[in-house]
Design a binder for this molecule. Structure first.
Ligand code: PLP
Length: 357
């Protein structure tokens, strides 16, 4: 399918934030966006790159009432030699379609997903920041836009992509965060939508996040929805625990989001001399292992922050510290290696980089 590039009138052009250290995350957007429509009986049509602007949508649209929505998140990096690199975008294309299947939305042909992103990023290349830790965050999204209140899958969808120049995810820098193991609320349950990247999962997690913030924690660590006993993930990050040189993460059990960064850590770690294990982690055992000094580091993995060191973990009345406010050795090594590959400073042994022409 050809993607039509519509003109960008001067009044739709924005001024770029001059100070790249103050970009923040997801606050600024580029001049253009990609929009493709899907209509029942017709399929994907009207692919166009157009000025970034608000949608005019009927208030009855399915997305507003029944949350028929999915999204993705990936990044483009401008290398020192001027080339533009995407990190494993095929994984996002595949996962987008897995989410689409679960939420009863049409699949986007992988070719359209990738070509659309590449063409948009190429046109918007001047928006990619270059200061250390910065990148262009890419947000593919699909929403249901049929204006009917009946509960059924929509017959009209928008697939769109917007771009946001971003700074480091955490304003305070690469500092360890504190995490509360949530024992009251549940993010996902067997048979639910935990494995899909869909807005509804986030809506239902906000309350726990807010209450944790009030108590002084940065984020919430979710337990499994059946027994509230096994570690699942952190809502926008998958979790890893280092037992010496072995790093352990929960298996993909259907209610955990299958992170691209998680997969990359599992593949990279053995090349750096670490063992990896995917196994169920009982929260009580984990806390006993921390007390016994067996767990030496903890970190989260996700596209937005790449690797997030975790220092403090609290569960019910127990609050334990792992690295005394410092970043652990393995956490730092994985962060340096992953960001090194993404920014072209280290060799791409796995063929993870896809260049934008
Ligand atoms: C996006 C996301 C992650 C991280 O996935 P990446 O592909 O590594 O960015 C983890 N958990 C949830 C719930 C997510 O939505």
């Amino acid at each position: 399918m050809d993607i039509v590039v519509l003109p960008l009138p001067p009044e739709k052009m924005k001024t770029k934030t001059a100070d790249q250290s103050r970009l923040g995350f997801g606050k600024h957007f580029t001049d253009r966006m990609l929009l493709v429509e899907w209509k029942a009986g017709q399929g994907w049509c009207d692919a166009r790159i157009k000025p970034y602007e608000p949608f005019v949508l009927d208030p009855a649209c399915t997305v507003f009432h029944y949350a028929q929505e999915i999204f993705e998140g990936l990044k483009a990096y401008k290398w020192a030699d001027g080339r533009i690199a995407l990190f494993r975008p095929e994984m996002n294309a595949r996962r987008f379609n897995q989410s689409a299947e679960r939420i009863c939305m049409p699949e986007v042909p992988e070719e359209l997903f990738l070509k659309g992103i590449e063409q948009l990023v190429s046109l918007e290349r001047n928006w990619i920041p270059t200061a250390p830790g910065t990148s262009l965050y890419i947000r593919p999204t699909m929403i249901a836009v049929e204006p009917v209140l009946g509960v059924h899958p929509s017959n009209h969808y928008y697939f769109y992509v917007i771009l946001s120049p971003v700074g480091a995810y955490y304003a305070a820098g690469f500092n360890p965060v504190s995490i509360l193991v949530e024992d009251q609320y549940v993010r996902a349950a067997p048979g639910g939508t935990g494995e899909a990247k869909t807005g509804g999962n986030y809506a239902s997690s906000l309350k726990a996040g807010l209450e944790a913030k009030k108590k002084g924690y940065d984020q919430v660590l979710w337990l499994d929805g059946r027994e509230r006993r096994f570690i699942e993930e952190v809502g926008a990050m998958n979790m890893f625990f280092a037992y010496g040189d072995t790093i352990v993460t929960a298996p993909l059990n259907g209610s955990i989001l299958s992170g691209v960064t998680r997969d990359s850590v599992l593949k990279l770690a053995p090349t750096l001399g670490y063992r990896v294990e995917e196994r169920q982690i009982d929260v009580n055992e984990l806390f006993n292992d921390i007390r016994a000094g067996k767990v030496t580091e903890a970190f989260g993995s996700g596209t937005a922050a790449v690797i997030t060191p975790v220092d403090k973990l609290c569960y019910k009345d127990a609050c334990l510290q792992l690295t005394e406010g410092k970043v652990g050795r393995i956490t730092q090594k994985l962060y340096d290696t992953l960001t090194g590959v993404q920014t072209g400073k280290l060799k791409d042994e796995f063929g993870w980089i896809r260049f934008v022409e």
